[in-house]
Design a protein around this ligand. Structure first.
Ligand code: NAD
Length: 349
């Protein structure tokens, strides 16, 4: 069966990795890719970092694969990645982090899945310039705790979005034969927002007595993950902590080069690696294609192509285990195009 998927190459190292994924996936299933542009290039060409045809294409095809997109730091346009998740209500970000044989890491047998709320928290994008009317109002309510030259961001946590992500996490645990969900916040300090997140997760947990539920504070969680990551199974986090802990967990299993991800809503799904556009490596064909390939593997599963997904994962594992044709981050010196050719050879054998 031929699938139709929206393809967003992104920028930086995105287009070279997307080329590799397209080539490898074409050896497994037939996909008609509908390619669209976002980010800086789209801004120059169409006057918009997220042109309307991108959203239309994803709404039509229901599934998208995306390369990383650069977001300017501190100023400039807002994140296209965050906008896509919000506009399409891709409320659940799923990021599996597991140790693969042959990858040199400090840890063995790590198998954690991060479930990150994707639409609110500090990523809601409600920020105020100092001295704006809204900021002045908030400052006036702070009893002198906030100074007049502050910038302010709003952290929004709602019961409805929390319930949705908590249900998603427990359903994920049940479907994937997972044993434990750990909810993570800083509710000792952020009593209203993070307190609410815990409260709703606790309620939802009662509906799933077969799954163990526990709560951890984010600072302690980071230490625990570095000391004994094998203790953890499914992690359930609000947006910002989920973003940070994703990179931490990627570090446990070999780095950003091997960390895949997916964003799910009720209607659409968008697959992308955890890593960003790594601008300093752009055009060098150096960075590891594994993270985006494993994201494509998650996409194949979503499309019901389980056999193709397994074949892809096994071919990647074989190439990494042999360690003859691997990228710099895995201890090799091959180009990513060479690693891709090796994966294709394994698929053929
Ligand atoms: P990054 O993930 O792009 O890169 C950080 C470092 O991780 C790189 O310098 C490299 O050493 C390593 N790395 C990343 N991907 C790798 C791969 N495939 N193989 C081997 N090593 C890899 O993070 P950054 O430098 O903080 O961000 C660069 C840009 O990417 C920023 O504009 C940021 O906003 C954006 N970003 C986009 C996404 C997304 O599109 N989903 C996600 C994260 C960051």
């Amino acid at each position: 069966m031929k699938h139709k998927v929206t393809l967003i190459p992104g920028d930086g190292v995105g287009p070279e990795l997307i080329d590799i994924v397209k080539k490898i996936v074409s050896h497994l299933v037939e996909i008609e890719w509908e390619e669209v542009e976002v980010g800086e290039d789209a801004l120059k060409k169409y006057g918009d970092v997220l042109p309307s045809n991108v959203i239309e294409s994803i709404k039509k095809n229901k599934v998208a694969l995306k390369g990383p997109v650069t977001t300017p730091i501190g100023s400039g346009f807002r994140s296209v990645n965050v906008a896509l998740r919000q506009i399409l209500n891709l409320y659940a970000c799923v990021r599996p982090c597991k140790t693969y044989p042959g990858i040199n890491t400090k840890y063995e047998n790590v198998d954690i899945v991060i479930i990150r709320e994707n639409t609110e928290d500090l990523y809601a994008g409600v920020e105020f310039q100092p001295f704006s009317e809204e900021a002045n109002y908030i400052i006036s309510k702070s009893n002198g705790k906030i100074s007049k030259d502050c910038a302010i961001s709003i952290k929004a946590i709602s019961p409805s979005a929390t319930r949705k992500i908590a249900k998603f996490a427990f359903e994920y645990a049940v479907k994937n034969n997972r044993k434990k969900v750990t909810s993570v916040t800083k509710a000792n300090i952020l009593k209203y927002t993070d307190g609410l997140f815990f409260e709703v997760c606790r309620e939802v947990a009662k509906e799933y007595p077969q799954i163990e539920y526990e709560e951890k504070l984010i600072d302690n969680m980071c230490m625990q993950l570095v000391q004994k990551p094998q203790m953890y199974d499914v992690l359930l986090l609000p947006n910002l902590y989920g973003d940070i802990v994703s990179d931490l967990c990627a570090g446990l299993v070999g780095g950003l080069g091997v960390a895949p991800g997916a964003n799910f809503g009720d209607e659409y799904a968008l697959f992308e690696a955890v890593h960003g556009s790594a601008p300093k490596y752009k055009g060098l064909n150096k960075v590891n294609p594994t993270a985006l390939l494993l994201s494509a593997k998650m996409m194949l599963e979503y499309l019901g192509e389980n056999e193709a997904a397994n074949r892809l994962e096994n071919a990647i594992i074989e190439v990494i285990k042999e360690a003859k044709v691997i990228t710099y981050d895995l201890g090799g010196n091959s180009k990513n195009t060479e690693m891709a050719e090796e994966i294709i050879r394994k698929l053929g054998s």
